[in-house]
Design a protein around this ligand. Structure first.
Ligand code: HEM
Length: 389
């Protein structure tokens, strides 16, 4: 089969070394996000996306699909929202959400699924508060995000069917995008009529070059904030808890000494690397690590590999909360570096402060399971036995 056959990805270069992933990420003029940002689709999926979107290869137009100069104009619209100065104003609100989440965990008894009770709902709740989505609509947001990111996982895509065809998976993803669009069209109308202090009001009333955002760009903005903002943080949170549940001494140590907490959060983000890859396209003939790359070639920057590069991280598979330095690439680098990185760290730190206060000890109560995904992925179940403090 060649690259034009259905069922086959267009060919791409795989970049795995830390140094090379860093260079490609930072050189946004040579390595473009457009036209294809993820290996989401096989060749036939790309054709479907073109028909769905009216010609582009993206189901959704968003920050990660834009290049300079458009990208920065859109990023600036919400950037201040995600900076530490603004986040400090919502820290108490986040702590409230963390406490209520841990209350529910403890009320559920000794044996619990941490993913279902904590790591899935908590980051979702935080990002929905920021966006301005009412609490009763959060289950819908969770389902749609899981269908978008976990389209090939029978538990997450809600089909219950294993080994779906690529076309069926693409249909599930497209259905999720359509549902997101319908939902946010209502939010836009509301925030234009009654602007509030949330991110949805910023997006609904934003202008770029003096013009309001068109429907597709606006929907893409909501979707990236809604979707990028929680499955990622869920995966790192669940990964951190699994590592601590396997290492009782570390749990006890960090309960005594909270100065270890930021190290745990950072190491969990490296160790789990929830965003497994992004793609770039070469704007000109170039090279990566000595390998010639032709203009138009497709390139995968693999964050899991870069974050486990033994040239940079000693014993990379080990979860080491004391790892210093820990300059991982889980949030990417360069112009597209994760907009929500301060929020993700803050959310995780606050949640673990509450968990450590309220839980004396924790251990695994069964085998954790991972979602099937090549893009954003992590644990989908984490059975734990907990002993409240
Ligand atoms: C542990 C949690 C998270 C991880 C590992 C993560 C990872 C990433 C990565 C790898 C990128 C692409 C970077 C690049 O191309 O260089 C990205 C972009 C992005 N992330 Fe995150 N993310 C996380 C949490 C969040 C949160 C909480 C939000 C908040 C809403 C968020 C919003 C975004 C946005 C909007 C972009 C696009 C930025 C752009 O293209 O300019 N992320 N993230």
């Amino acid at each position: 089969m060649d690259a034009g056959d259905p069922g086959i990805h267009p060919p791409f270069w795989l970049v795995t070394r830390y140094e090379d992933v860093m260079r490609v990420s930072k050189d946004n003029a040579t390595f473009l996000n457009n036209p294809r940002t993820v290996v989401f689709s096989l060749t036939e999926g790309i054709e479907f996306a073109k028909a769905f979107s009216g010609g582009t290869e993206h189901m959704v137009a968003s920050l990660v699909t834009f290049d300079a100069p458009v990208h920065m104009k859109y990023r600036k619209l919400t950037q201040d929202w995600f900076m530490p100065k603004n986040l400090r104003t919502i820290e108490d609100e986040i702590r409230g959400i963390a406490s209520a989440t841990v209350d529910r965990l403890i009320a559920a008894g000794e044996e619990v699924d941490f993913c279902k009770l904590v790591s899935a709902p908590y980051p979702l709740h935080v990002v929905m508060q920021i966006l301005g989505v009412p609490e009763e609509d959060e289950p819908l947001m969770l389902t749609l995000t899981q269908q978008m990111f976990g389209g090939s996982d029978e538990d997450l895509n809600q089909s219950g069917m294993k080994d779906l065809s690529p076309e069926a998976i693409t249909q599930i993803v497209a259905g999720a995008v359509k549902n997101f669009e319908q939902y946010f069209a209502k939010i836009t109308a509301d925030r234009r009529a009654n602007p509030q202090g949330d991110v949805a009001s910023t997006i609904a009333n934003a202008t770029v070059d003096g013009e309001p955002l068109n429907d597709r760009d606006m929907m893409g903005y909501y979707i990236i904030v809604a979707a990028a903002g929680h499955d990622t943080t869920s995966a790192s949170t669940a990964g951190a808890m699994m590592a601590l549940a396997k290492d009782h001494e570390q749990w006890a140590r960090v309960r005594e000494d909270r100065s270890l907490l930021p190290g745990i959060v950072e190491e969990a983000i490296r160790w789990t690397s929830p965003v497994q890859h992004f793609m770039r396209t070469a704007a000109e003939d170039t090279e990566i690590g000595g390998q010639p790359i032709a203009k138009g070639d497709w390139i995968m920057i693999n964050y899991i590999a870069a974050n486990h590069d033994p040239a940079v991280f000693d014993d990379p598979r080990r979860f080491d909360a004391a790892r210093t330095p820990n300059r991982h690439l889980a949030f990417g680098a360069g112009a597209h570096q994760c907009l929500g990185l301060h929020l993700a760290r803050l959310e995780m730190r606050i949640l673990f402060e509450v968990l450590l206060d309220r839980i004396e000890s924790v251990e695994l109560a069964g085998e954790p399971a991972r979602s099937k995904s090549t893009f954003v992925g992590g644990l989908k179940t984490l059975p734990l036995k907990i002993k409240p403090a």
